[in-house]
Write a protein that binds this ligand. Structure first.
Ligand code: AMP
Ligand code: MG
Length: 419
């Protein structure tokens, strides 16, 4: 068969083609304790005000502010304490002039009171306390509905559920949360040179590192993974495996076999599946042969076999697609600007993605390559938390240049404390 001519498309266009697909997961109910990291499937509306009642933000005394008018160092005003309440308790009493109720943080303000005096601002007396300053109407009171009023949308459909969202859901009594199901994924590493992790090395062979790497990347997103056995470069058997994986999973991720080599069978497999190939050549290095196709409403990610290219392909296309499928409103990677700390003299016509170490705290953001930089490199991936994006062109890049960096790792731990 003649070698097909492929036309590279810009990375941005490729990402858009992936995310234009209308492939979504269904919604389901998830326990409050397991919903972190999921995408919310419905707006959450406040069914009552927060705070639910006027309450005290301090330990102290609830008073009538008018009774404190004219108080000063020389003219302390005395109050009589008529009740004593903690959080969760409501006083049955109504304050009369000169009266106060001892109140704890979180307790409901008693009837008649309109200000709270902090304990530290008082001097104890036989039957109460004195104070030396006047208080304003509603001073030191957390007002009912000051944060959220009944009917407010407090969480939005499409947002990622974080710990704060879990707290809000708990506040409104959601023990079960409406979320979008996470997609399931099949991982199929292809290549006759590949050995399983536990295999002994043989001449000309290498261990499959892409499979476990992609499994780890998916695990971080909470995606359930089925790991298939390594597929040798054989059209018939690979087609059968991809076909059965496609029936079982929302996405099939293959590594290797997408180039135009004699034993690269993925293009033939897409043809046999009558898949719509969204692209099979991207103007980027590494991973220009990365292919994304859609068949029967499911994604097929044909990632390059080269580890660095495989990693980049996942970060650029697979990860955003996962969140897009789950109905997330935010699914694009974070891109920041940082000062380059190493030279990149050699120009390249394609946009280059370089696995990189970004330092994010301190006074400025800096970035440097995280190790040996070739598409086959694997160690540098381990030391990266981002990818520098160096647009193609005639000039190279030098120390001190501002470059764009795509953040890949959610880890923000730093070696030093910048406080
Ligand atoms: P391919 O994309 O199949 O042309 O493979 C490109 C390069 O990546 C070759 O050097 C392969 O040996 C290597 N490679 C392919 N698959 C894997 C894998 N699963 N783990 C590690 N390296 C791989
Ligand atoms: Mg191969």
């Amino acid at each position: 068969m003649p070698v097909e001519k492929r036309h590279p498309i810009p990375v941005k266009e490729a990402i858009h083609r992936v995310l234009q697909q209308e492939i979504y997961t269904s919604s389901e109910r998830m326990s409050l304790y397991e919903c972190e990291g999921y995408i919310l499937a419905e707006d959450i509306v406040a069914t009552y005000d927060i705070p639910r009642f006027d309450k005290s933000p301090y330990d102290g005394f609830a008073i009538r502010s008018e009774d404190s008018q004219g108080a000063s160092q020389e003219h302390r005003i005395a109050f009589q304490v008529i009740d004593h309440i903690g959080a969760g308790t409501v006083s049955a009493k109504t304050l009369e002039p000169g009266q106060a109720v001892r109140i704890m943080t979180g307790a409901q303000i008693p009837a008649g009171a309109d200000a709270v005096v902090m304990l530290e601002q008082t001097v104890e007396t036989e039957d109460g306390f004195t104070l030396r300053k006047s208080f304003k109407h509603l001073e030191n009171i957390s007002l009912q509905g000051e944060e959220t009023a009944t009917g407010d949308v407090v969480l939005h459909k499409g947002q990622r559920i974080n710990a704060g969202a879990v707290a809000v859901l708990a506040t409104f009594g959601y023990s079960e949360v409406p979320v979008f199901r996470k997609p399931t994924a099949a991982i199929i590493a292809t290549g006759s040179e590949l050995l399983e992790v536990e295999d002994d090395l043989e001449p000309g062979k290498i261990r499959n590192s892409n499979g476990p790497m992609i499994a780890a990347l998916l695990q971080r997103e909470g995606v359930q993974v089925e790991r298939y056995r390594i597929q040798v470069d054989d059209y018939e058997s690979s087609l059968a495996v991809v076909k059965s994986a496609l029936e079982k999973h929302d996405m099939v991720i293959t590594t290797g076999g997408v180039s135009v080599g004699d034993f690269d069978y993925l293009p033939d497999i897409y043809r046999a599946l009558e898949a719509e190939v969204l692209f099979n050549k991207v103007a980027m290095r590494p991973g220009s042969v990365t292919t994304v196709a859609v068949a029967h409403g499911k994604y097929l990610f044909g990632l390059s076999g080269n580890p660095s290219a495989c990693y980049s392909g996942f970060e650029l296309f697979t990860k955003p697609a996962i969140y897009h499928m789950m109905g997330a409103t935010r699914y694009y990677p974070a891109i920041v600007r940082a000062t380059l700390m190493a030279d990149f003299k050699k120009a390249n016509p394609f946009t280059r993605f370089v696995r990189a170490d970004v330092t994010m705290t301190g006074r400025e953001m800096t970035v440097k390559p995280s190790g040996f930089n070739k598409s086959g490199a694997v160690v540098s991936i381990a030391h990266s938390n981002g990818m520098m994006m160096l647009p193609g062109g005639t000039r190279g890049y030098q120390i001190g240049h501002e470059v764009e960096v795509l953040l890949t790792s959610p880890e923000t731990y730093q070696q030093e404390l910048y406080l």
